[in-house]
Design a protein around this ligand. Structure first.
Ligand code: ZN
Length: 344
């Protein structure tokens, strides 16, 4: 890599002595997360918290050389400075809770632990310890209404803030998801469109229509991440774990069932082909989570036998259920009834 060329990374690459703000990325791919008030190890400098965009390592660096730092973990850069946790022990604000809630919906349940870089990132953004963030996420998980419905222990002392975010989410899931995405975008110095991976060219120029479209796309992205993480990024029919091929399918369609748009029990993590089959009523799930295909999908010629066999070999097998948020049998049964009505 040519160190003399400051602009090869992307448009947000920092100029020497130029603007430095969260979201900027230095010429070695290190993203600025937050400028703290803590004194760095150089004279008259403060500590920036950086995130490596290659390996997600999070570390502190002097503001004097943040623009040229290399990752200590994957680029043989100098050791990072431990990042300050100046707000640890401080009461969690509503905004802190919303940010934690957002992360809770974005990572698999089994990865809520202090080794997860995503927890380090949130801790760095909040100025809190990773332990404290991990504890908060565990508390949010404990109060998840889906678990509560199964009789998991109720709210305990000190869980007021966690209960408040859940109540807000239940009252207005889409509005709340949008708000949480807006807050995280602001903290990361990114646009809402970037966070939700929306292509700005697909949006109307301006006005109410654009806002409505952004809200819909942000919510779809929130649902997608919620489902994929709940299923541990594994297709529940084939077991495929190739992320770009995975889709969060709605069991009852988005347009049809407003109330359950973001309900994780109204979702399945499927590969793109079985997602389409499910959506087009060529595949359904019977009682006991058994996979069924429409008779016309089994029809094949000598030429198509191999691909049809690949598609339908899962007939009669059971869905690979996620560790949490198993799909609701009543939603699956409604979808199955509809599929069968189309055949007979
Ligand atoms: Zn790295």
């Amino acid at each position: 890599m040519d160190e003399k060329t400051p602009f090869h990374f992307n448009m947000k690459t920092i100029r020497f002595g130029g603007v430095k703000k969260p979201g900027d990325i230095n010429r070695n791919g290190q993203q600025l997360l937050r400028l703290t008030n803590a004194q760095g190890t150089d004279k008259n400098c403060r500590i920036w918290i950086l995130k490596c965009s290659r390996c997600s390592h999070i570390y502190g660096a002097n503001s004097t050389d943040a623009f040229e730092r290399r990752c200590p973990s994957c680029q043989k850069g100098a050791d990072g400075i431990p990042f300050p946790v100046e707000r640890d022990g401080e009461k969690w604000t509503q905004e802190d809770h919303i940010l934690a809630f957002n992360l809770y919906n974005d990572i698999p349940f089994g990865t809520i632990h202090i080794r997860n870089p995503r927890l380090h990132e949130l801790a760095a953004l909040l100025g809190r310890s990773v332990n404290s963030v991990s504890l908060k996420l565990a508390n949010i998980a404990r109060l998840d209404p889906v678990h509560q419905a199964r009789g998991v222990k109720g709210m305990q002392h000190g869980a007021k803030g966690e209960a408040a975010v859940w109540n807000e989410f239940i009252r207005d899931p889409e509005g709340f998801a949008l708000e949480s995405e807006r807050l995280i975008a602001l903290r990361l110095g990114k646009s809402l469109e970037e966070i939700a991976e929306i292509n700005a060219d697909d949006l109307p120029k301006a006005g109410i229509e654009r806002d409505a479209m952004i809200k819909m796309r942000v919510n779809q992205s929130f649902f997608r991440r919620r489902i994929l993480s709940a299923y541990d990024f594994r297709c529940c029919v084939t077991g495929l774990t190739t992320k770009p091929l995975l889709t969060a399918s709605h069991i009852l369609p988005w347009a049809e069932d407003e109330e359950n748009r973001l309900n994780p029990k109204n979702g399945l993590c499927l590969n793109a082909v079985h997602d389409r089959a499910f959506d087009r009523h060529l595949m359904w799930i019977e009682e006991g989570f058994v996979i069924r295909f429409a008779p016309q999908l089994h029809e094949c010629t000598a030429e198509t036998a191999e691909s049809i066999e690949w598609l339908t070999r899962f007939e009669g097998r059971k869905l690979i259920l996620p560790p949490r948020f198993a799909p609701a049998p009543e939603f699956l049964s409604k979808h199955a009834t509809r599929c069968k009505a189309m055949i007979y």
